[in-house]
Design a protein around this ligand. Structure first.
Ligand SMILES: NC(=O)c1ccc[n+]([C@@H]2O[C@H](COP(=O)([O-])OP(=O)(O)OC[C@H]3O[C@@H](n4cnc5c(N)ncnc54)[C@H](O)[C@@H]3O)[C@@H](O)[C@H]2O)c1
Length: 317
């Protein structure tokens, strides 16, 4: 209607000639042919723009890389500028006609998230999916945990998810308002198996993650009328990632040195102990989590869910 009305200002609508129609048809076919010939992207996330927070390294890096390989334009949003820029440079070496950018972001500051969204819109025009992945872990018993550490973990794992959803949902509401009825956007929180089951001497982390699922369910109720789905993914441990396998600070080294696993003499002993608790005898990989992300994005029959990807270690009842 708006176009029809506005077209009057240009002397009214003119039917296209057959030559003009043929030109557009041929241009589209030629454009597609050129894109395929140039190794154009044909993945499951093609034409999607996806922000992944905390994607400089770890789970976020792996999820972002896998989504890039599925054709998405990727925004790596991380506090760590040096590692984030290096990640994006690697991504752009394997990208086809899509691309990745880095935006320095602190998810615990609203202004920083607003800048992230603005940069994303300026570069790609939209945000189809926002993955709230950045997270921190400071374990400790009731005796050891300080209020400062508790606040730090809570601010990034819990409060920051609210800040991100608050800012990005404003833009997503506009996008879905002016798009066709079958267009949906997604907010996906990378939660944890510790959001579904308590974690001994790790309550600051588990508490924030449990709370995150409460946010997911509540955001989902509020945003469903705007065709914005909100879901969490609850991965099991990513044993090959830096959090566990860093040779200096990784949890395997820390647990070995602290004697946390009775009788363990090597890192392999510690690893075997943890794997024995997983029915499928494997850690969770970014590839596993990306399959969950793609499922959540592709479907439009679910919102407000917490999807476990734990090799059977945590089962929903
Ligand atoms: N590693 C695991 O075994 C595991 C298991 C289940 C869930 N998770 C969850 O996966 C997510 C990623 O964990 P990971 O192990 O890959 O962590 P990681 O420490 O390897 O990476 C986290 C990234 O987040 C960034 N970051 C930290 N604070 C930030 C902030 N304020 N703003 C922006 N970026 C920030 C860091 O710079 C880093 O690049 C977390 O939410 C975590 O709770 C991890």
């Amino acid at each position: 209607m708006k176009i029809a009305t506005l077209s009057q200002s240009f002397g009214g609508a003119h039917p296209m000639t057959q030559a003009q129609i043929d030109f557009i048809d041929n241009w589209e076919v030629e454009n597609y042919r050129r894109s395929v010939a140039a190794g154009g992207v044909t993945g499951r996330a093609e034409n999607k723009t996806i922000i992944v927070t905390g994607a400089a390294q770890g789970f976020g890096e792996g999820i972002a890389r896998n989504l890039l390989q599925q054709g998405a334009n990727i925004v790596v949003a991380d506090l760590n500028e040096e590692v984030g820029n290096a990640t994006v440079a690697r991504f752009n070496e394997i990208a086809k006609s899509n691309r990745a950018i880095f935006v320095k972001t602190n998810v615990s500051e609203i202004q920083s998230i607003e800048n992230l969204i603005q940069q994303t819109i300026c570069n790609f025009g939209a945000v189809d999916c926002f993955i709230s992945n950045a997270g921190v872990l400071r374990a400790g018993s009731l005796e050891d945990m300080t209020p400062e550490n508790f606040d730090f973990v809570t601010k990034i794992n819990y409060n920051a998810y609210f800040y991100c959803a608050k800012v990005v949902s404003r833009v997503m509401k506009l996008q879905t308002k002016y798009a066709s009825e079958n267009y949906y956007t997604d907010i996906i929180q990378i939660n944890s198996k510790s959001g579904l089951r308590g974690s001994k001497a790790n309550f600051a982390y588990a508490g924030g993650k449990f709370g995150g699922i409460g946010l997911t369910q509540s955001f989902a109720l509020e945003l469903a009328p705007f065709r914005i789905k909100v879901n969490s993914i609850c991965p099991g441990n990513f044993y090959d990632g830096p959090l566990w396998s860093d040779p200096v600070n990784g949890l395997f080294v820390q647990y070995l040195n602290a004697g946390k696993v009775p009788g363990a003499k090597t890192i392999d002993d510690v690893k075997a102990f943890y794997l024995s608790q997983v029915p499928m005898r494997k850690g969770c990989s970014p590839e596993d989590v990306t399959k969950g992300v793609l499922y959540l994005m592709e479907q439009c029959g679910e919102t407000g869910q917490a999807l476990p990807i734990t090799g059977g270690q945590v089962m929903l009842s």
